[in-house]
Design a protein around this ligand. Structure first.
Ligand SMILES: Cc1cc2nc3c(=O)[nH]c(=O)nc-3n(C[C@H](O)[C@H](O)[C@H](O)COP(=O)(O)OP(=O)(O)OC[C@H]3O[C@@H](n4cnc5c(N)ncnc54)[C@H](O)[C@@H]3O)c2cc1C
Length: 296
């Protein structure tokens, strides 16, 4: 690995100041599970790496006025263990559980997973299905945007070199929204997703119809995407197994899967239909399992 200068940030504000001071040839280091692999084989390395791993103000999980805030430095293992997340969004904990092995989950952070922005990232689909926002800090202050807008392409986000991903927010109106995450890889552990899917929905109890359905798909396009045609098909529709299967078939048309050494595009299309149906069915089962007063 080529040499670089390492500077350590005390907190988020200090990290932003260090990024501004050393930019643009600067990189952020969180858990290092992606960055160190990348730097080992990179032909050019940043002049300065800002280690943010000790910024305690980026590590919390809390309900705020805006919704559920998850600090960018929260690790996958912490997501799996968080009582708040397990109660409100078990799908997020399930997704975290599928990431790498114990060591990767202990070191790897949610912010790092989103900022790396590989098409098969496992945190993305559930958060997109829950309409998550991200808070970004930079020399000009802080701003927020929808997570879908943050993804700019394969391994590309809208983050500037001097900007920091601070937190991920699931909006208040979606707290407790029933959701499910499905991943299919070539083996059970340590496998990248051939396809991953998350679905979320509320149900209208009197009519047994779908309200605000969301379907998010990974590894089937350059970034995690929504399946708008499938969502529109489900909105206000009676919830049946046939409707969920049809939504899965429609979702295929919303995607652009590729053929590679792991699987053909046709195989991925089959997976999209099957996993979407399963994610919807499980989200529906979660909705029905909620106590009467909590169902919409
Ligand atoms: C063996 C192995 C298995 C893996 N398996 C999976 C898997 O199954 N599923 C999966 O989705 N991923 C997997 N990964 C990828 C990786 O573990 C995750 O993407 C991890 O969450 C990255 O987080 P990190 O904190 O380690 O990021 P880092 O490596 O520290 O950083 C990654 C990138 O994000 C940037 N960055 C990090 N945090 C911020 C921030 N707050 N603001 C701005 N930029 C930031 C860094 O500059 C860098 O470019 C695997 C990795 C390994 C090594």
């Amino acid at each position: 690995m080529k040499a670089f200068e390492l500077v350590v940030a005390k907190d988020a504000a200090h990290a932003v100041a260090l990024l501004a001071e050393h930019g643009p040839s600067v990189k952020v280091l969180a858990g290092g599970t992606d960055l160190l692999v990348e730097l080992k084989s990179a032909s050019s390395v940043p002049r300065v790496v800002v280690d943010i791993s000790r910024a305690a103000d980026m590590k919390g999980i809390a309900v705020t006025d805006q919704g559920l805030s998850i600090g960018a430095l929260v690790t996958h293992a912490e997501i799996m263990r968080s009582p708040l997340i397990r109660e409100m969004f078990p799908a997020l904990a399930d997704a975290a559980h599928t990431i790498g092995a114990v060591q990767t989950r202990n070191m790897g952070t949610l912010g790092g997973n989103l900022a790396t922005c590989v098409p098969s990232m496992d945190s993305g689909p559930t958060l997109v299905a829950l309409d998550a926002l991200v808070t970004i800090a930079g020399p000009g202050g802080r701003h927020q945007m929808p997570l879908t807008g943050f993804f700019a392409g394969s391994r590309k986000t809208l983050l500037e070199p001097e900007e920091l991903l601070l937190e991920i927010i699931i909006p208040r109106q979606n707290l407790g929204k029933p959701a499910d995450f499905q991943k299919f890889g070539l083996r059970k552990g340590q496998a990248l997703a051939l396809v991953n899917v998350a679905a979320s929905l509320w149900i209208d109890r009197e009519r047994n119809t779908c309200v605000a359905p969301r379907i998010a798909l990974g590894a089937v396009a350059p970034t995690v995407i929504r399946a708008p045609a499938a969502e529109a098909y489900l909105e206000g529709r009676a919830i049946t197994l046939e409707a969920m299967a049809e939504a899965g078939r429609i979702a295929v048309g919303d995607t652009r899967p590729i053929s590679d050494f792991r699987a053909s595009a046709d195989y991925r299309r089959d997976l999209i239909a099957v996993l979407t149906r399963r994610a919807l069915a499980n989200a529906y089962a979660r909705a029905m399992a909620k106590p009467e007063g909590e169902k919409r």
